[in-house]
Write a protein that binds this ligand. Structure first.
Ligand SMILES: Nc1ncnc2c1ncn2[C@@H]1O[C@H](COP(=O)(O)OP(=O)(O)OP(=O)(O)O)[C@@H](O)[C@H]1O
Ligand SMILES: [Mg+2]
Length: 361
C-alpha cells in the first residue's frame, strides 16, 4: 500500500523550501525537494503580503518536480507567533484542550480572540514534579493563519497541519517520541543550542536531555550582513549579497596577519552585523542558563542558509567556547528523488526545519 505522502513547505523571507515525502518507522522518506527564491517583498516576518505570488511559486515547484502529495504541511514563523511554556497537571490532549479554552488568556499578553491556539506536550515525566507536564502553547495571529490557509486553497490541497519551526527541528532531531534522544546523551551531550540562521530571522532553540527547553525567533539574520557590506563598499544590496557569498569570510583578529588585506577589510565590514547577531543569541542563552539547573551549553548546531558564511562556525565556536557543527539529520533519511544525494546533503542546511515538519504520527 502506498503510504500517505505530504508536501511540507517553509516560506522563508529569502527562499521557499518544499519537501515531498513521508515518515514511518522512525525514518523519513524524501521523494523530492526544491528550494526557490521567494517572490520579492511578498513575505515579511512570516506574513505573506501577496498570497497569489507565493501560491504560484509553490505551484511551479509542484509542477516542475511532479509532486503528487495530497496534503500540505506548512511551517509558520515570524515574531507575531507567540509561544509560552507552561506547567499543567498531567492530562490527556482533550483535557489540555479544555483547560486552554478557559485558561489560555492568562498566559498571553494579547487578545486571544485574534489568535489561533495550539499546544504540544513537551515533557510528561518532569523529574521533580511527577503530576505535572510541560506544555508548549502556540498562538498564531488569525490573519497570518488565514494567509496560510488561503495558500492551501489556491494550491487545491488540504492542510494537514501548520507547524512551528521549533517543533519541526525537535522532531527532526528526536523523532516523535523522543526516540533519538540517546544519540546525544550517548555522546555525553546533554545541553545544546540549535541556531537556524535565515535571511531576516534567526531561530534559537535550546535542548536539555532531548527536550526543547527554550525557543525564540530573533528578528535578525544574514541579510543584516549584506546591509553592512552595502554601506561600507557602496554597492546595492544584491551586489552586497553576491560579495558575501563569493568572498565573505569571518575570522578573529588574531588571524588577520595571515590574511590578504581585501579579506580583512571585507571581514571587518561584516563583523558588526555578525557580532550583534551573536550578542543577541548570547543574551538569550544567558537568560536560559540563569534559569536552568544545568547551566552549561555543550554544543551548538547551526543550520539555515546564513550558517554557511565561511568561518562562521569557527567564529561562533570561539565566542561561546563550545564545538559548533552543522545540523545533520539524526533520524534516518532516504532520498528517492531525481537530484543527486550529494546535492541533498549539501543543501540540507536549508531543509532542516521543513524536513522535520514531515515527521508526524
Ligand atoms: N555561503 C553563504 N554565505 C553566507 N550567507 C549565505 C550563504 N549562502 C546563503 N546565505 C544566506 O542565507 C540566507 C538565506 O537563507 P535561508 O533560505 O535559510 O533564509 P530564509 O529561511 O528564507 O529566511 P528567514 O528564515 O529569515 O525567513 C540569505 O541571506 C543568503 O545570503
Ligand atoms: Mg528560515
Amino acid at each position: 500500500m502506498l503510504k500517505k505522502t505530504f508536501l511540507a513547505v517553509d516560506i522563508g523571507n529569502k527562499n521557499i523550501k518544499a519537501v515531498w515525502g513521508c515518515y514511518g518507522k522512525q525514518a523519513i522518506t524524501v521523494l523530492e525537494y526544491d528550494i526557490v527564491k521567494s517572490p520579492d517583498n511578498m513575505i515579511n516576518d512570516g506574513k505573506i503580503t501577496d498570497i497569489e505570488a507565493v501560491a504560484s511559486t509553490i505551484k511551479e515547484i509542484i509542477k516542475r518536480n511532479r509532486i503528487k502529495a495530497g496534503k500540505l504541511i506548512m511551517n509558520i514563523s515570524g515574531t507575531g507567533v507567540i509561544t509560552r511554556e507552561v506547567q499543567l497537571p498531567k492530562s490527556t490532549d482533550e483535557e489540555i484542550d479544555n483547560i486552554l479554552k478557559y485558561d489560555a488568556q492568562q498566559y498571553f499578553p494579547v487578545d486571544l480572540d485574534n489568535y489561533v491556539m495550539d499546544f504540544r506536550v513537551l515533557d510528561e515525566s518532569s523529574a521533580n514534579s511527577d503530576n505535572m507536564c510541560r506544555v508548549l502553547l502556540v498562538a498564531v495571529p488569525l490573519k497570518q493563519a488565514d494567509e496560510y490557509m488561503k495558500i492551501a486553497e489556491k494550491l487545491n490541497m488540504d492542510m494537514e497541519a501548520i507547524d512551528i519551526p521549533a517543533n519541526s527541528i525537535t522532531k527532526l532531531l528526536f523523532g516523535i517520541d523522543n526516540t533519538k534522544a540517546a544519540c546525544f546523551t550517548d555522546k555525553g551531550i546533554e545541553e545544546f543550542v540549535v541556531l537556524d540562521i535565515g535571511a531576516d530571522t534567526t531561530g534559537v532553540y535550546i535542548y536539555h536531555k532531548g527536550k526543547l527547553m527554550f525557543n525564540r525567533i530573533l528578528l535578525m539574520g544574514s541579510r543584516e550582513i549584506d546591509r553592512y557590506i552595502s554601506n561600507n563598499m557602496e554597492v546595492d544590496s544584491e551586489n552586497a549579497e553576491k560579495i558575501k557569498l563569493e568572498r565573505g569570510r569571518i575570522f578573529n583578529e588574531d588571524e588577520e596577519l595571515n590574511e590578504p588585506f581585501e579579506s580583512v577589510s571585507l571581514c571587518n565590514s561584516m563583523k558588526p552585523a555578525v557580532n550583534s547577531l551573536i550578542i543577541d543569541i548570547n543574551r538569550l542563552v544567558d537568560f536560559y542558563i540563569s534559569r536552568s539547573s544545568f547551566g552549561r551549553i555543550e554544543k551548538i548546531y547551526i543550520c539555515g542558509g546564513g550558517s554557511q558564511l565561511q568561518g562562521l562556525d569557527k567564529y561562533i565556536g570561539s565566542y561561546f567556547n563550545v564545538p559548533v557543527e552543522f545540523l545533520h539529520k539524526f533520524l534516518s533519511l532516504e532520498y528517492k528523488g531525481k537530484k543527486s544525494k550529494d546535492k541533498l546533503v549539501a543543501e540540507f542546511v536549508y531543509l532542516a526545519n521543513v524536513t522535520g515538519a514531515l515527521v508526524r504520527e
